[in-house]
Design a protein around this ligand. Structure first.
Ligand code: TYM
Length: 346
């Protein structure tokens, strides 16, 4: 047993992708570009596990009568964004109880000092830390269990999850070291790069686009219809200058930078390529082009979600089959962990 995380040796197991989204409110453009689009792309390249993080969602109060439906909505968003249940394993986290079991063991591996450094807890708990649930504090440990129970090697997420991925790597290294199992857990890599990794509020270029922002005009929801998407883009805060020539100049103008980043991410291009087309043009030209692109890319996703949600039994069947497949991978990992820890009967 040690108090610090030593460096881990190389892991030789197969590549696997894992990620998840909380069913704690309507999904927005940030979730779509930072996460869902990447999931749909990766499923063609690597064995992919994507779950609905309902255990994480209850770290803040969720109405019991609404939670199962919120879970179906996230599943519908996955499918609408292009995830294919024949390629990716799609499941609710709570349907694989091994996540919670491994999380407990990891709570005994992670150090209090590591969790004290987590900035998301500080943001989410605000001034009333002592009234937060204990789960909100230990939330990143459960996230490490989500990832490592499948021995995932790649984790596509937005930039706000970077610190949680670093903690996951520390927990993996310390577990491997403490239980003398050098190659047991991999060191998962976060997949964060690209202009969609940090989408900001449409009302304030210095605040992240978020489900919890009180202003609905701060975000584009995946369920917004074409008119609403166009209105929100046109009302987005900007400055009076035309778009600049260089990325350096763009970086000094948060609202302009955000809109160019959204354009680039939606169009599968870089910000530099977008500037090459729009440098010197004002927002009177750029915003209508962005509105048109956003409607073209997002409105069909919302449409597909509505169609899918009209048949909840089909979504439930996909989630049930996914949960069964997920348990087939998770249960053997936990059985091995139980042996390594030395539990009776393992
Ligand atoms: P959640 O539900 O807050 O967000 C889901 C995904 O969307 C990304 N994201 C963004 N990306 C770009 N710009 C934004 N403004 C933006 N807002 C959100 C998030 O980075 C995330 O990828 N803790 C996770 C859920 C989770 C998880 C995991 C993820 C639980 N266990 C294991 C990966 C692996 C969360 O709360 O995401």
């Amino acid at each position: 047993m040690t108090d610090t995380a030593p460096a881990a040796p190389a892991y030789a197991g197969p590549a696997r992708v894992l990620s998840g989204v909380q069913p704690s409110g309507a999904l927005h453009l940030g979730n779509y570009l930072g996460a869902l689009v990447k999931f749909a792309r990766l499923q063609h390249e690597i064995d992919t596990f994507i779950f609905v993080a309902d255990l994480h969602a209850i770290t803040v109060w969720q109405e019991p009568a609404a939670l199962a439906q919120q879970t179906r909505e996230i599943a519908a968003a996955y499918l609408a964004a292009g995830l294919d249940p024949a390629k990716a394993t799609i499941f609710p986290q709570s349907a694989v109880p091994e996540h919670a079991e491994l999380a407990w063991i990891f709570q005994c591996v992670a150090r209090l000092g590591w969790l004290d450094r987590m900035t998301q807890f500080k943001e989410k708990s605000g001034k009333h830390k002592e009234r937060s649930s204990v789960g909100l504090y230990t939330y990143p440990v459960l996230q490490a269990a989500d990832i490592l129970i499948y021995k995932a090697t790649q984790v596509p997420v937005g930039e706000d999850q970077k610190q949680h991925l670093e903690l996951t790597r520390d927990i993996a290294a310390k577990f491997n070291h403490d239980f003398a199992a050098p190659n047991f857990f991999p060191q998962p890599e976060p997949l964060i790069q690209g202009p969609g990794a940090r989408i900001m509020s449409l009302r304030d270029g210095s605040a992240k686009m978020s489900k919890s922002d009180p202003s609905d005009y701060s975000r584009i929801n995946l369920t917004d219809d074409a008119d609403m998407i166009a209105t929100k883009v046109k009302k987005a805060r900007t400055d009076p200058e035309p778009l600049p020539e260089t990325l350096e100049e763009l970086a000094t103008r948060p609202e302009a930078d955000n809109l160019v980043g959204i354009f680039a991410a939606l169009d599968g291009r870089t910000k530099a390529q977008v500037l090459a087309d729009y440098a010197g043009k004002g927002f009177g030209t750029f915003k209508p082009a962005l509105a048109e692109l956003a409607v073209e890319k997002l409105a069909p996703v919302g449409e597909r979600m509505r169609t899918l949600l009209a048949d909840p039994a089909q979504i439930d069947a996909i989630l049930a089959a996914g949960a069964q497949r997920a348990r087939e991978v998770a249960a053997p990992t936990v059985a091995e962990v139980r042996k390594l820890v030395g539990f009776w009967g393992a």
